[in-house]
Design a binder for this molecule. Structure first.
Ligand SMILES: [Fe+2]
Length: 363
């Protein structure tokens, strides 16, 4: 990676989530490779080995993925197949990975994430984290923060304290861009997994907002969605752009229904947080969907959404401008499906963010 500084950036950063190893995955990676990335971010759900029985046959036993199940059945050679498939790309292009729910692979003695933590290298120590679940790194003038959604993220926990320390040491004159990534999105309007990560949002959003995170990258939902700048469900020029890119090609079904369509709003009780044991996804107390769980139209914060397999490329041009492009698999590799410039305007926000940061320091 280029050394850190406000004038140097990796050329093209490819972003994928929920890959697995299917015909769709093959198209995604072929197109992505043709677009010659300099860095690859994989936002969780890597091989789906946990959807195969130990005899190697596929399983639709989705309940086996829930952590309440004593032991997950999983077929580890899927990791080897996937590694060999990816070798052509990752032997040339650095890849940074953060865990998804399919990497939990709970085993005897409560062991979790064993394959994930063993098969990838993480700059945990260099970034002051003692965990493979959360870490940070610089790529030129971008500071990346990778967060764990399936480990403790409460304000009293280790991850949160590490995040506070990490954010406090970021020098925006060296790394102007702050990009955060974790697996399940906070701002997805699809019915699948709707508001499932609300507890994480409640705990962490204010901290990220107070430091002016520019872009959030997520997976988990098997579709594409890009938000407007948003904070606490309100349009906010100082909030990040949230991008869900969980459409890498996995073997599960694609997400096609929206929670704001008639008959598709899930019941709040269907979205407890099974990992933290919390329940945060209650009806809205403000805004156009007040007293309801879902909007009755595409929410204002949702800018673009489409159920197609694909991947994204982020090109940071300078301290102010970054180009985000989404490519769908059914198009040719160089035909863009969604594209925007993301513009940093930190001079518009220091008061908001300073107030928020001081408020948090006080509680
Ligand atoms: Fe997932």
């Amino acid at each position: 990676m280029p050394i850190s500084g406000p004038k140097s950036y990796p050329g093209r950063i490819a972003v994928v989530g929920d890959l697995g190893l299917t015909y769709n995955t093959t198209t995604t990676i072929n197109h992505l490779t043709s677009n010659e990335p300099d860095l690859l971010l994989l936002i969780g759900d890597v091989t789906y080995a946990n959807l195969y029985l130990t005899n190697g046959t596929g399983s639709d036993c989705y309940s086996c993925s829930f952590p309440q199940t004593p032991i997950h059945e999983t077929y580890q050679p899927r990791w080897d197949y996937w590694g060999r498939f990816m070798q052509n790309l990752v032997s040339k292009v650095p890849m940074m990975v953060v865990e998804g729910n399919h990497e939990i692979e709970k085993q005897a003695e409560d062991k979790k994430f064993v394959a994930y933590s063993s098969r990838f290298a993480f700059p945990s120590e260099e970034s002051g984290s003692s965990s493979t679940f959360y870490y940070s790194f610089n790529a030129g003038g971008i500071h990346f923060i990778m967060l764990g959604a399936y480990t403790d993220y409460a304000r009293t926990g280790e991850q949160y304290k590490w995040l506070e320390r990490d954010l406090a040491t970021v020098d925006r004159s060296v790394t102007p861009w702050l990009v955060a990534a974790w697996h399940p999105p906070w701002y997805s309007t699809y019915k699948a997994h709707y508001r499932e990560a609300e507890c994480m949002r409640v705990h962490i959003e204010d901290l990220l907002y107070s430091y002016g995170v520019d872009i959030v990258l997520n997976g988990h939902i098997h579709a594409y969605e890009r938000s407007n700048r948003v904070y606490n469900y309100n349009l906010d020029p100082c909030g990040p752009v949230h991008i869900t890119i969980g459409d890498g090609g996995n073997r599960e079904k694609m997400a096609i229904n929206f929670a704001d369509e008639p008959g598709h709003c899930p019941d709040p009780s269907s979205t407890p947080d099974p990992y933290m044991g919390g329940f945060c996804a209650t009806n809205f107390t403000f805004g156009p969907a007040v007293s309801k769980f879902c909007w009755d139209r595409q929410p204002d914060y949702s800018a673009f959404r489409e159920s197609s397999f694909g991947y994204g490329i982020l090109e940071v041009k300078n301290e102010t401008w970054a180009l985000w492009s989404w490519y769908r698999n059914q198009d040719s590799y160089n035909e863009v499906g969604d594209q925007i410039y993301i513009v940093r305007q930190p001079h518009l926000c220091p008061i908001n963010q300073k107030v928020c940061r001081e408020y948090f320091a006080a509680i």
